[in-house]
Write a protein that binds this ligand. Structure first.
Ligand SMILES: Nc1ncnc2c1ncn2[C@@H]1O[C@H](COP(=O)(O)OP(=O)(O)OP(=O)(O)O)[C@@H](O)[C@H]1O
Length: 588
């Protein structure tokens, strides 16, 4: 027996799974699921509403394409299911009778179909594998889904990230044999339309194919450029040129197509992989395209993309913003997405280190360089960051004397460890962060002007939370990232609005702490209401005892039956008791 098969339990063998699904079953077990589980995790309608709002591309790109497929879909007992990138079902389309039956399987908006929620299933497993996946009948991990046949594929945004999953589901006893072809065709059309819509005031497109007849169809390869820099592509082009999301913003057209001369209107191209293509260029629209999805990204996202390009180009980035607004978080994200990700992300807090240690921390020292030094010497943060990113937090607090040495290192890209005679070459991208006004520090004479220009070749300010336009959506995102949906925890609309309106002087850090507290105090399945918020956060009109009116009313309506009252409120009995206890304490 192969070692891989030996690792599987007998129940796995009974299902005689295709190879790719064996791993998925293993993962399903590791999530703590059993085949008999009957839970159907879902999110509250407010969260569904927000998720739909965040995924406006579905209305623009998927709905028109599915409308064209309607005749094909309605003739069979089958439905199309559209989920977001977490497996949350946002829309279903297709045969009415089967739509109705599908609800029994919870294939309806608001349900979570990621693998952690429902084990092996086409949506969740396509997300896990990042490619097309088919799951038939008993291949589903949960026995309750054995009545389904599902074929699903992820949809890739032009920036290389997964946007969601398109799934075709039928009864297991009547599978559609053309399901895989139908899904692939639909996904290909969506990705093509998405990439094509990126054409904007400053972006142009290059469409390519080996076969000139294919140009202009959804099967063509589409590359998106700003000047000569590749910004994105449809998935077909990503596969053809082995492109990854990290290369977008960093790859030059001449690297992809050496010797290309677009001015000459070239229509036959040779790529760096020596393949020949027929090409068509679509030049920037003269006027701003309001329909361009790329332009719908909010200002923050656009700033982030700029910052990524800056970091990829090795230009020093300085991030400013109030405490807790996410400066280090952004720096780490940029590292993960940048061409420097193979190297280390080395963070040093210039305010937290004693002045006499910063120099040895940054530049290292040789053995015996000073009393108390490690006998082995120390390589120093600059060299640890070689090939990666050096993140200097609170740069505004760096002592003046050290600023001079840092400036030299940044100019010469060479480090001299303490006590050493020779220098060592280093190559890293520099990101600095500060909550201070560096210009004011320069005026006060406590920060070197030449260093400011060197570390702030590009400046990005993260606004404080109170200036953000879409805090509600961000709260939902954090709530999901904290794992609340796995516990069936939802936030009611009033809570989200109340939290979004707080001034949050501690910014994201403070908001996150508050969400963590709410999660820790909640019971699984709870819906968090205003009554769960601490007094100092509540708006004045909800001052007690009015804020507990909901509980009192539910208890009265349930004639004192606490289980029934809790059910009406969508909370557990223990949460109801806890709220009443809190109320009592506040009035004692
Ligand atoms: N966009 C975000 N998404 C999720 N979590 C975030 C985001 N931004 C910040 N955080 C989280 O908020 C907390 C504070 O962020 P971070 O440490 O990056 O802030 P900062 O601006 O560097 O703070 P300080 O100036 O105090 O050093 C961290 O736990 C971080 O993971």
């Amino acid at each position: 027996m192969a070692p891989r098969a030996r690792a599987l339990s007998p129940a796995f063998h009974q299902a005689s799974l295709p190879y790719q699904l064996e791993d998925s079953w293993q993962r399903s077990s590791s999530y703590g699921l059993t085949r008999e589980d009957d839970a159907q995790p879902w999110v509250a309608s407010s969260m569904l509403k927000d998720a739909r709002a965040e995924n406006g591309w579905i209305n623009q790109l998927v709905a028109p394409m599915l409308a064209r497929l309607r005749p094909e879909l309605s003739s069979h007992p089958s439905i199309m299911v559209m989920s977001d990138a977490s497996g949350l079902v946002l829309e279903t389309y297709g045969n009415r009778d089967f739509l109705h039956k599908a609800q029994r399987y919870a294939l309806a908006p608001g349900n979570l179909w990621g693998e952690p929620a429902r084990g092996t299933n086409a949506i969740g497993t396509a997300l896990a594998l990042q490619r097309h996946c088919e799951v038939a009948g008993g291949e589903h991990f949960l026995s309750r889904n054995a009545g389904l046949f599902c074929s699903a594929a992820p949809i890739f945004r032009p920036d290389g990230r997964i946007a969601g999953v398109l799934d075709l589901s039928t009864p297991a006893q009547a599978p559609r044999h053309d399901a895989a072809a139908l899904i692939r065709r639909a996904v290909c059309q969506i990705e093509h339309a998405w990439a094509s819509s990126a054409l904007g005031a400053d972006r142009w497109l290059l469409s390519l194919h080996h076969d000139p007849q294919v140009l202009g169809s959804a099967q063509e390869l589409v590359l998106i450029f700003e000047d000569n820099t590749l910004l994105g592509a449809n998935k077909l082009a990503m596969d053809e040129f082995s492109l990854t999301a990290n290369q977008f913003g960093a790859l030059d057209i001449h690297t992809l197509f050496p010797g290309i001369n677009l001015r000459a209107g070239e229509t036959a191209l040779k790529s760096s992989n020596r393949r020949h293509y027929y090409a068509r260029q679509t030049l920037p629209a003269r006027r701003f395209s309001a329909r361009s999805i790329a332009h719908q990204q909010d200002e923050n996202a656009r700033e982030k993309e700029k910052a990524l390009r800056i970091v990829n180009a090795g230009i020093a980035l300085c991030i400013t913003g109030e405490t807790g607004c996410g400066k280090e978080h952004l720096a780490r994200e940029l590292h993960q997405r940048s061409q420097w990700r193979a190297g280390n992300f080395v963070a040093i807090n210039c305010a937290a280190l004693p002045e006499h240690l910063i120099e040895s921390e940054l530049f290292g020292y040789v053995a015996g360089a000073f009393t108390g030094a490690s006998p082995k010497g120390y390589i120093g943060k600059c060299r640890e960051a070689d090939g990666g990113i050096l993140f200097l937090d609170e740069i505004g607090d760096m002592p003046l004397a050290l600023q001079t040495r840092l400036l030299r290192v940044l100019q010469e890209k060479k480090v001299t460890p303490l006590g050493a005679n020779s220098t060592v070459e280093v190559n890293f991208a520099l990101i600095c962060a500060t909550h201070q006004d560096l210009g004011a520090r320069v005026n006060a004479g406590t920060f070197r002007e030449d260093l400011l220009y060197r570390i702030q070749e590009f400046h990005l300010r993260i606004p404080p939370l109170r200036e953000w336009l879409h805090v509600e959506g961000f709260i939902h995102k954090l709530w999901q990232e904290l794992g609340a949906p796995n516990r069936g925890l939802t936030l009611c609309d009033e809570v989200v609005t109340t939290l979004a309106r707080r001034p949050w002087p501690g910014n994201v850090r403070q908001l996150l702490s508050q969400l963590r507290v709410l999660m820790a105090l909640a019971e699984d399945g709870d819906r968090i209401t205003l009554a769960d918020l601490p007094g100092e956060i509540l708006p004045a009109q909800f001052a007690e005892p009015a804020r507990h009116a909901d509980e009192q009313q539910a208890i009265a309506e349930a004639q004192g039956n606490m289980s029934l009252a809790a059910k009406k409120l969508g909370i557990s009995r223990s949460t109801l008791y806890r709220r009443l206890e809190k109320n009592k304490l506040m009035h004692s």
